[in-house]
Design a protein around this ligand. Structure first.
Ligand code: SIN
Length: 493
């Protein structure tokens, strides 16, 4: 799809921006270099845009702009920060259909998924507009009787926010919302694969009247590691929030140690999804389908290892296959499409590798298991039974549309299997036994547990992991803490 064709899909074509947004202006890279947006439309593989290839110098200019803006924005009243975020939210709602189309165009996800993401994303601005005026300190009596202590919460400063392509809007708003609520200014590194959604959000920030330099959105492709290095080593940047893979998180953490930045990282998962013998099967099937195949399996909280008790195993797997057969994989913009393509052919290759590895080691293929002739980024929704811990799908997050079923016999066994992972982001289980629910919820080594529920994502929940899934919490009443420091003021009386 050409740029003109893409723009013609939108009610407001001026949302399709292709320059970086720095200090309130749309700018090219100083070098004049651009990159072709890879897979602007993963369904067709055609290019519709070129964006600036920012380098170290361009990134430093954006950081400086954010720093200049911070000197005044930190003093803006919480009520005014709240009003700005609320205005940004209102504009997202007004332009929701266009934002959803841009997401589908560059990410490929089905339009229904993209609409859901747009609402999810906008809600972070609403939520944090409501949190901004509610940032409180404490009054403390220290040991000395003639002293009093108060704590004040202060914005940490300029934040480098590095966002992924799987939620081109929501992973940005989940970081920018609390940062602005706290009084920080930001440099957002737009996802390499999905910069246009990030730039459309910047356009709406501009329209909302967010002061220049408070929100900067920069783009890069080949220079992405360089931009990441500048954001994690420049002493002006005080905080880095990153959502992405564990290996990249380790590099960024290493780099950030040079200036001891505050960090919050939401990294990979390998979510267990356990169905006990006493579960309500209809509910478990329905929730598993949503949890596994949302965005074609490309979320960090998607079920990756599905453990089903041996007494209900065959029945449960059959029911899942029956539902999967009703789905339609296709171009995300097509109204009949339930599941779009994957983000790029590398993702397809990884999914296929996991599937072939499992089959070669004895897994039963019950559905899919193949690339689809629709285009290079399409892979069929796949169901594998009799998967074992020796297979790649057990150890690694597939990040694709593969439902991999394991069989278990006892609670002790399945909890040990579920916890046998370096990462711990989300975990789910289904059971009607109340004592078991508490026991297993507390035993799972993850940051988020769904008990008899597979859709946990919401602005109100503290989203984040343990182990190598990272640290820090996004969303919820805790999200804003990541962007604040606590200052103690002791007064002698
Ligand atoms: C992610 O995949 O990183 C985020 C998923 C979500 O917020 O639901």
């Amino acid at each position: 799809m050409s740029a003109a064709a893409a723009a013609s899909l939108l009610k407001d074509a001026s949302l399709l921006k292709t320059k970086s947004y720095v200090n309130g202006e749309w700018v090219e890279a100083k070098s004049g270099k651009q990159f072709t947006v890879e897979n602007i439309d993963p369904a067709t593989g055609e290019e519709v845009a070129k964006c600036p290839e920012f380098d170290a110098q361009d990134t430093e200019l954006a950081i400086n702009a954010a720093n200049d803006a911070f000197q005044s924005f930190r003093k803006v009243s919480p009520q005014e920060r709240s009003r700005l975020l609320r205005r940004w939210y209102d504009l997202m709602v007004e332009n929701a259909e266009d934002i959803a189309k841009i997401i589908t165009l560059e990410n490929g996800k089905a339009l229904t998924d993209a609409r859901g993401e747009t609402t999810y994303a906008a809600n972070f601005f609403k939520w944090f507009s409501e949190e901004a005026p509610r940032i409180y300190g404490d009054v403390i009596q220290p040991s000395a009787p003639n002293c009093r202590v108060v704590t004040v919460r202060e914005p940490i400063g300029v934040c480098g926010l590095i966002a992924p392509w799987n939620f081109p809007a929501a992973m940005i708003t989940r970081k920018v919302g609390p940062a602005l609520a706290a009084g920080c200014t930001v440099v957002v590194k737009a996802p390499t694969e999905t910069p246009l959604t990030a730039l459309a959000l910047a356009e709406l920030a501009h329209r909302a009247g967010i002061p220049k330099g408070v929100v900067n959105v920069i783009t890069a492709f080949d220079n992405t590691p360089l931009v990441g290095k500048v954001l994690t080593t420049n002493p002006i940047v005080k905080k880095v929030s990153f959502t992405g893979s564990t290996p990249v998180g380790k590099i960024l953490m290493n780099q950030s140690s040079s200036t001891l930045k505050k960090l919050s990282f939401e990294l990979g998962g390998n979510a267990p999804f356990i169905v006990f013998e006493d579960a309500d099967l209809d509910t478990a099937v329905q929730h598993l389908i949503g949890c596994k195949f949302r965005v074609a399996g490309q979320t960090c909280v998607c079920a990756n290892r599905i453990f089903v008790h041996s007494s209900i195993y065959e029945e449960f797997v059959k029911r899942v296959v029956d539902v999967v057969k009703t789905f339609q994989v296709g171009n995300g913009l097509d109204s009949k499409t339930t599941h779009g393509p994957l983000i790029h052919s590398r993702a397809v290759a990884k999914v296929d590798e996991h599937v072939q590895d499992a089959i070669s080691k004895g897994a039963r293929l019950l559905h899919g298991g193949k690339r689809l002739p629709l285009g290079p980024n399409f892979y069929d929704l796949t169901v594998l039974a009799d998967v074992t811990p020796e297979m790649q799908v057990f150890r690694e997050e597939t990040f694709g549309p593969v439902a991999a079923f394991f069989k278990f016999d006892t609670e002790e066994e399945v909890v040990a299997l579920a916890n046998d992972a370096d990462v711990g982001l989300a975990g789910y289980f289904f059971s009607k036994d109340n004592s078991r629910c508490w026991r297993v919820a507390e035993a799972l080594q993850v940051g988020m547990v769904g008990v008899n529920v597979g859709a946990i994502s919401d602005v109100a929940i503290p989203f984040g992991g343990v182990k190598e899934s990272g640290f820090g919490r996004e969303g919820s009443k805790y999200g804003v803490d990541e962007y604040l420091t606590t200052k103690m003021i002791m007064t002698g009386i």
